[in-house]
Design a protein around this ligand. Structure first.
Ligand code: GCW
Length: 679
C-alpha cells in the first residue's frame, strides 16, 4: 500500500511537472483554444484574401464572444492601416480600408478578451503613428547574429528555399499581433552575397510567408556590392555603370518580390564601405539607391551612425556630417538615427540630429537586443527607455517638439514615416533568451503603433497575456519591470556615465580600459575622464561644446551644471568629487549610493520573484530565477569594479552604511570573458 501510494505520488509529480512545463515559445499569444471552434456563421467577412483568411482563422480558433464582422471600407483610408471597432451586445464590427487593418483589429479584440477588458460598447479608432514599423535583424548569412543573445538566426539560408521552418510563420504572426509590418532580414554589416540571385530566391520565399501577415521584407546592402559581386571597377555612386548595376539589381529584386520594401545602409561607418571612399557624400550614395528604388515605391533607410577617427567628440559627429547635407536627399530616403548620440547606452540624452534636419525625413533606431544591458541575462524592461527618447522635447519647432512628433510626420511633413529597432530574437525556444526580453519585442511593436501608450499600460497587457492576471502576480511583477531599466542604469552607469564596458563583448565593466592602440574613443577612459579633480565628460563650451547641437533652451539647461538633469550630469559635465548634489550628498557619495541601490534592487527582484512560484509554470519560473541570480552577481561585479576603480581618483571612503566590496580591483581587472567580437 505504502509503495503503491509512493508510485502514484511519483506519477502525479511527473504529470504535474509536464503540465507546468512551458518553454515560452507561445510568447504573449496564449489565447485559450476554442474546443468546439466558433461557428463559422458568427464571423462575417465579405471579401477574401490570404490576410483575411488568417484574420478569420484566428477568430475561429480563439474568439469566444459575440459575432464579428470584418468590413473593408475605403472611406477609412485616412486611418492607413488603422481600424475602427464598434460593438454592441450582439456584434462587433471591425472596419478598415486595408486587409492588414482588419487583421490588426482582430488581434486587438483578442487582446481585449485575453486581458479581460469589456467587449461591449466598444468605440475604438486606431491609427498607427508610423507607416513603417520595422525590425532590423543583425543576422549574418552564416547563421550567427551580431549582438544576438538568443541563439542562432531564425533564417536557415542553407535550407531555403526548399525547406521551410515553421517558425517563419510563427514569427510573422507574433509581429502582426503587435503591428510590426516590416523586417530587414540581414545585418547592417552586410555581406554583398545577400544580393546574389540564389539568395534573392530564398528571400522571396520568406517574403511570401510574411506577406499575408502584412509584413514587407527589406535588405541591408553592402555599398561595395557592384565591385565585389560583379567586378565593376569601383562602386562610386556617380559612376554610370554603378548606377546601372543598382538599377538592374533592384529590378531583379522587384521581379521576385513585387512588394519589396527597400534598402537599409550602413556606409562609411566602422569600416563599412561607402560613398566617401570615392570622395562622394552620404547624399550621393543614398540618392543613387533611392533613384533605383523609386519606380517601385521602395525606400532607403540611410544610417546616421557614423564617427570617423577624428579628434572631434564622438557624440557630435553624426550631426556634423549630416546637417550640412540637409535638403540634399531624395524624398524616398529616411535618415535612420540611433536614439542617442553614442551607441545604445543604458542612458543617453536624445540624439541632437532629431529636429536638426529640417528638410530630410528622420526615423529612430532603437536596440531591443541588450548589447549594453546584460544580454539575455539581465531583466531590463525597455519601454521606459524607448519612451524617454520618444517623449524628449527637442524644441526644434518650439515647445512640444518631441522626438515622436518630429519623426511621425506631425511636425515635419514626410512622405513616409518609420521607426525601427534591432531585434532580439533567435532560435531559442522562447525566441529571446530571457522570458522577460519578449516584453521588449512586444513593447517596441506597441510603441511603434502608438508612442503615447505608457510603459505601465504595455507592461500590464504583456504580463496578463504572457503569464497571468492574478493581482498577486501582476502588481509586483509590473513594479519590477517598470523599475528595472533604472536599476540597470544604477548598477552599471548612473548619473550620465556611459560606455565603460569591457571592449568587444560589452558585457561587463572595464572603466580602467585604456587601449593605447586603436582609437581613443574606443576606450572607457575617454568617456568617463576620471581624474583627481572629478569625473565626467565636459561637453559644455569649456569642453567639446556638444551642448551647442541642442536647441534653446536645452543647450542652456544641459550646459549649466545647476540645471542639467542629474541623471545626465556626467554626460555633459566634468564634476568635482565634492560637488553638492541636489540631495545634499557629494558627487562621490551619490555615485556610491546609486551603485548600491542598483544592487539592492536586483536582490529585491530575486525575493519578489521567488514568491511568484505558485502563480506560474515551473519552467519559466526557474528560467527567470536562474537569470536573476546571474544578474545579482553581475550587479555586485559592476558596483565593485566601478567604485573601487573610481575610488583610486576620488581617494575617499565608500560611505560606511554601504555594503563593502567583495572583490579586489586587481582580480576584477584580470577578468577576460571569452565572448568574441570586435570592438
Ligand atoms: O552598437 C554597435 C555594435 C556593432 C554594430 C554597430 C552598428 C552592427 O557594437 O556590433 O554593428 O553598433 O550599429 O552599426
Amino acid at each position: 500500500m505504502k509503495i503503491l501510494s509512493k508510485h502514484i505520488l511519483a506519477l502525479l509529480l511527473i504529470f504535474s511537472c509536464r503540465l507546468s512545463a512551458d518553454d515560452g515559445s507561445q510568447l504573449w499569444l496564449r489565447f485559450p483554444e476554442n474546443k468546439k471552434g466558433i461557428s463559422a456563421d458568427k464571423i462575417f467577412v465579405k471579401n477574401s484574401s490570404p490576410t483575411l483568411h488568417i484574420a478569420s482563422r484566428e477568430l475561429m480558433r480563439y474568439w469566444q464572444g459575440q459575432s464579428v464582422e470584418l468590413r473593408i471600407s475605403k472611406s477609412l483610408s485616412g486611418l492607413k492601416e488603422g481600424y475602427t471597432i464598434i460593438s454592441d451586445r450582439n456584434k462587433i464590427t471591425i472596419t478598415s480600408a486595408k486587409d492588414t487593418g482588419l487583421l490588426y483589429g482582430v488581434y486587438h479584440i483578442l487582446r481585449l478578451q485575453q486581458t479581460k477588458a469589456p467587449l461591449t460598447q466598444l468605440n475604438i479608432r486606431e491609427k498607427p503613428a508610423y507607416d513603417v514599423r520595422i525590425l532590423n535583424h543583425w543576422d549574418n548569412l552564416d547563421g550567427t547574429i551580431e549582438r544576438g543573445y538568443a541563439g542562432h538566426s531564425l533564417w536557415k539560408w542553407e535550407e531555403l528555399p526548399d525547406k521551410i521552418s515553421p517558425r517563419y510563420e510563427e514569427y510573422a504572426r507574433a509581429n502582426a499581433s503587435v503591428g510590426i509590418n516590416a523586417v530587414v532580414l540581414n545585418n547592417v554589416n552586410a555581406s554583398p552575397e545577400m544580393l546574389r540571385t540564389d539568395y534573392l530566391e530564398k528571400v522571396k520565399t520568406i517574403a511570401g510567408i510574411f506577406r499575408p501577415y502584412g509584413i514587407k521584407v527589406y535588405l541591408s546592402v553592402n555599398f561595395s556590392s557592384p565591385k565585389i559581386l560583379s567586378h565593376l571597377q569601383n562602386s562610386d555612386p556617380l559612376n554610370k555603370e554603378v548606377k546601372h548595376w543598382w538599377k538592374e539589381k533592384t529590378h531583379e529584386i522587384y521581379q521576385l518580390i513585387p512588394d519589396f520594401g527597400g534598402f537599409l545602409v550602413k556606409a562609411n561607418s566602422e569600416g563599412q564601405p561607402g560613398p566617401q571612399d570615392y570622395g562622394r557624400t552620404h547624399a550621393d550614395g543614398a540618392n543613387m539607391l533611392a533613384d533605383a528604388l523609386k519606380p517601385y515605391g521602395g525606400i532607403v533607410m540611410w544610417r546616421a551612425f557614423v564617427y570617423s577617427p577624428s579628434k572631434e567628440d564622438r557624440a557630435k559627429q553624426a550631426y556634423l556630417e549630416f546637417v550640412p547635407l540637409d535638403g540634399k536627399f531624395r524624398d524616398n530616403v529616411i535618415i535612420q538615427i540611433k536614439n542617442g548620440p553614442i551607441d545604445f547606452q543604458p542612458r543617453e540624452p536624445f540624439n541632437p540630429l532629431f529636429g536638426a534636419l529640417r528638410k530630410t525625413a528622420e526615423m529612430v533606431e532603437f536596440q531591443i537586443t541588450q548589447e549594453y544591458l546584460g544580454f539575455s541575462n539581465h531583466l531590463v524592461f525597455l519601454a521606459p527607455l524607448f519612451k524617454e527618447t520618444l517623449d524628449s522635447d527637442t524644441y526644434a519647432y518650439g515647445k512640444g517638439s518631441t522626438v515622436a512628433r518630429i519623426t511621425d510626420g506631425s511636425l515635419h511633413k514626410a512622405k513616409i514615416t518609420a521607426i525601427s529597432a534591432v531585434a532580439n530574437v533567435g532560435e531559442d525556444p522562447n525566441w529571446t533568451g530571457h522570458e522577460f526580453a519578449q516584453a521588449n519585442w512586444y513593447a517596441f511593436g506597441r510603441l511603434a503603433w502608438n508612442p503615447d501608450l505608457t510603459s505601465e499600460q504595455i507592461a500590464d497587457e504583456w504580463i496578463k497575456m504572457t503569464f497571468t492576471d492574478n493581482p498577486r502576480f501582476l502588481a509586483p511583477v509590473k513594479n519590477m519591470m517598470l523599475t528595472s531599466r533604472e536599476t540597470a542604469v544604477d548598477y552599471m552607469m548612473p548619473l550620465g556615465l556611459h560606455h565603460i564596458f569591457a571592449a568587444g563583448h560589452h558585457y561587463g565593466p572595464e572603466p580602467w580600459g585604456d587601449y593605447k592602440e586603436g582609437r581613443p574613443d574606443w576606450s572607457p577612459v575617454y568617456y568617463h575622464q576620471a581624474d583627481s579633480e572629478g569625473i565626467g565628460f565636459d561637453r559644455t563650451n569649456t569642453g567639446s561644446n556638444a551642448i551647442s547641437q541642442y536647441f534653446s533652451p536645452l543647450n542652456e539647461i544641459y550646459g549649466n551644471i545647476k540645471t542639467c538633469p542629474e541623471n545626465l550630469i556626467l554626460w555633459f559635465h566634468h564634476v568635482p568629487w565634492n560637488y553638492r548634489m541636489k540631495d545634499g550628498k557629494t558627487l562621490w557619495e551619490e555615485l556610491c549610493y546609486k551603485y548600491d541601490t542598483g544592487v539592492k534592487n536586483v536582490r529585491e527582484y530575486q525575493k519578489l520573484w521567488d514568491r511568484m512560484a505558485p502563480y506560474i509554470d515551473a519552467q519559466r519560473f526557474t528560467e527567470v530565477q536562474t537569470r536573476l541570480k546571474t544578474q545579482a552577481r553581475d550587479a555586485v561585479w559592476w558596483k565593485d569594479a566601478c567604485l573601487l576603480y573610481f575610488q583610486t581618483f576620488s581617494k575617499q571612503p565608500i560611505p560606511y552604511d554601504i555594503e563593502r566590496p567583495v572583490h579586489n580591483l586587481d582580480d576584477l581587472k584580470k577578468i577576460k570573458l571569452n565572448m568574441g567580437h570586435h570592438n
